[in-house]
Design a protein around this ligand. Structure first.
Ligand SMILES: [Ca+2]
Length: 157
């Protein structure tokens, strides 16, 4: 009896059993390989779609999330992502938001995700960390990006 296992993205997973007594044929092995390759491809696409999907519903869970501007003054709706449009990998703020259970907690509000010296709450208009979903934040102007260190934000306040 001979068993070989080979893995690789282009080859999928191949399990080859060569033993006449077990009754496996090359056709059965090829069918298994073909099925596993399709399963692998579908799984890979599902992971990519999940990783790239923007989450606009999270914007309602963060004060002034729709008022965050980037260094160039452009709106940055993807406040939790490196990509300003809200796709791709999370930045430090997005990672901290996920760790906080995707809730605006007092601890998350007091964090300084981008390490610029201003808490997330100070950057997003909730310096006292009292904002609740659906309420108007205590400040709606001079909102800075809590996931990007921008030195000029220190002189704006
Ligand atoms: Ca900060």
């Amino acid at each position: 009896m001979f068993v070989a296992l080979k893995t690789g993205f282009s080859d999928g997973i191949k399990l080859r059993v060569s033993d006449e007594r077990l009754g496996y044929s090359d056709t059965a092995v090829a069918t298994l390989c073909y099925t596993l390759q399709w399963f692998s491809l579908i799984l890979t696409l599902a992971v990519l779609v999940c990783a790239l999907e923007a989450r606009p519903q999270y914007m309602d869970l963060i004060p002034n999330a729709r008022n965050v501007v980037d260094c160039d003054g452009e709106k940055s709706p993807g406040v939790g992502h490196y990509n300003p449009q809200g796709t791709g990998a999370n930045n430090a703020f997005g990672s901290d938001f996920a760790l906080a259970g995707r809730k605006w907690t007092e601890a998350f509000c007091n964090q300084d995700s981008d390490l610029d010296g201003l808490s997330n709450g100070e950057e997003l208009g909730d310096p006292d960390c009292v904002w609740r979903v659906g309420e108007k934040p205590s400040r709606t102007d001079k909102i800075s990006h809590p996931g990007k260190f921008v030195a000029s934000h220190h002189t704006d306040r």
